[in-house]
Ligand binder design. Structure first.
Ligand SMILES: Cc1cc2nc3c(=O)[nH]c(=O)nc-3n(C[C@H](O)[C@H](O)[C@H](O)COP(=O)(O)OP(=O)(O)OC[C@H]3O[C@@H](n4cnc5c(N)ncnc54)[C@H](O)[C@@H]3O)c2cc1C
Length: 188
């Protein structure tokens, strides 16, 4: 990921959107860019703009291996053509993410069903994350909430008298770690 800052006057494009996604094109390195200073306040000082660019991923994994200086140069050159930028960036940051986002390939639904039914095979194992229902933050929050609710239901079921009767005698509530965790989840 290459994060670039420019003086506003350097960039001809109005940056009046969230950014852009590039089509598959062997001549392009940038797969997408976000106009961070348009999207959020405080992402660039007055009179400046900031842009995040994505390189590599499943399409071009080898590009993600480039040294930071080469990657920054490549991205700045390409972005200059797309957005009409004159001159060098005033700020450059490169961050390598070793593992890209999960790819939802053929067979994903079967894999997801297997993962989501893990609790049937290993009681108490409940999975969440960007490899299940989508990679966006919104998807991940929804997935995490569903997992938390599942865990809550599971603990409630274990707490019901009929379920407890079927189990061997336990230490009094409060003395065991599961008891403390249950109370924390209940907020009591
Ligand atoms: C560069 C980049 C830009 C992105 N931009 C956007 C965007 O603009 N909008 C959007 O919606 N989404 C975006 N995404 C996608 C989104 O951010 C991710 O899909 C999402 O954050 C993943 O959430 P997660 O909870 O699955 O994983 P993570 O957020 O990675 O959380 C996993 C957590 O588990 C911890 N962990 C790992 N191993 C262990 C261990 N053994 N023990 C304890 N803890 C552990 C990690 O430290 C981490 O805190 C972006 C992703 C990337 C990589």
């Amino acid at each position: 990921m290459v994060y670039l800052g420019y003086r506003r006057a350097q960039v001809a494009h109005p940056l009046d959107g969230l950014g852009y996604l590039a089509t598959r094109d062997a001549s392009r390195a940038i797969s997408g860019a976000q106009f961070c200073s348009t999207m959020f306040e405080g992402r660039a000082p007055a009179g400046h703009v900031s842009i995040s660019c994505y390189v590599g991923g499943a399409r071009n994994p080898e590009l993600a291996q480039l040294p930071a200086s080469d990657m920054a140069h490549l991205v700045h050159e390409e972005l200059s053509g797309v957005l009409g930028i004159k001159g060098a960036p005033v700020l450059t940051r490169v961050r390598h993410w070793a593992r890209g986002l999960p790819q939802y390939n053929l067979g994903h639904l079967e894999r997801r069903n297997t993962l989501e039914s893990a609790n049937d095979r290993v009681p108490g194992l409940i999975l969440t994350g960007n490899y299940l229902h989508g990679v966006s933050i919104a998807n991940c929050l929804a997935s995490a909430r569903a997992a938390a609710e599942k865990a809550h239901r599971l603990l409630q079921e274990r707490d019901t008298p009929s379920h407890q009767d079927a189990r061997p005698a336990q230490k009094p509530a409060g003395s065991s770690r599961p008891g403390r965790i249950r109370r924390l989840l209940r907020g009591t």
